[in-house]
Write a protein that binds this ligand. Sequence first.
Ligand SMILES: Nc1ncnc2c1ncn2[C@@H]1O[C@H](COP(=O)(O)OP(=O)(O)OP(=O)(O)O)[C@@H](O)[C@H]1O
Ligand code: SF4
Ligand SMILES: [Mg+2]
Length: 320
Amino acid sequence: MSVLVRAVDLTKEFRVGMIGGFRIIAVDEVNFEVREGEIFSIVGESGSGKTTIARMMLRLLRPTRGAILYRGKDVWKLKRREIKWFYREVQGIFQDPYATFNPVHKVDRVLNLVFQVFYPHTSERERRERIEEALKSVGLNPREVLGKYPHQLSGGQLQRIAIARALLIKPKLLVADEPVSMLDASTRIDVLNILAELRDREGVSTVLIGHDLSLAYYISDRVLVLYRGSIVEMGSVEDVFEKPLHPYTEMLLESIPRVDKKWEKRMEFKAEAEEREVYALSGCRFAPRCPYASSKCAERPPLTRVDKEHYVACWLYAKR
Ligand SMILES: Nc1ncnc2c1ncn2[C@@H]1O[C@H](COP(=O)(O)OP(=O)(O)OP(=O)(O)O)[C@@H](O)[C@H]1O
Ligand code: SF4
Ligand SMILES: [Mg+2]
């Protein structure tokens, strides 16, 4: 399977506050690849750096260090013509479908713009046909949605139109940042099924970002677990969900809080810890919450390969 995206030592620092401010390393030397025809999920709690990674993948945010390579090319070193090629292959889908559409224009306009920008030589008739085909492929009836303004449509319908728009471009990769978190539970599965169908039918890859582990389990091929900007675990769905290794992944998977004294104590400690202190930690960032933390953990654990595709960053599994 060929590699579409490679993140190489991908790092993003933000400066917060003016005088006496501090640096947040929102994404810290992250390495991963996204392959053709797979759904690759990035999961992690709020603030772990998911959106920052998505924006760097979409070339909306420049890395502080490291790079995003798309088909081997650094996306920030693309020439003008290549940038157009890049956005024909890579499209973003965002959390709030209402924000994707300009409220004063009918949704048709967003769909038509695709042709103006990417395929200007398409005839009126073909545009119409392709728009209808794309809408049908995401389970919409064109007659029900065309000619309407965003506020006349439901969030689920708009999110499907956003996907239909992306499909008109015929991308190879969708970067979907929490695409279903604002939709109701039944619509969520429908939208995710569309992504799975696209993968199976047309080999479109998706980077799926989200909080919801059960959805990631349902749809992904591989999963990356992020904690405070670092990869803590990565592997196939079976590896990560059925044989989790990292204490953080274990904790995430035990959605029912563990009434283990050890955990509770550590959790309290975390609540008190200042964000700046966590970011200033030179060792394992999970240490303040980890029941297995030892003196070793004052040093950053390397991402270690434990099985064919299974990686974990924890001293419990690494050799010094
Ligand atoms: N423009 C910015 N300036 C300063 N700090 C930022 C900026 N964007 C993000 N951050 C910080 O970087 C960290 C990662 O943010 P990011 O939005 O990537 O997290 P996330 O995993 O997408 O969270 P959520 O699940 O809440 O969407 C956070 O600590 C955030 O406050
Ligand atoms: S490196 Fe140490 S603190 Fe970090 S998760 Fe592993 S055992 Fe816990
Ligand atoms: Mg986010």
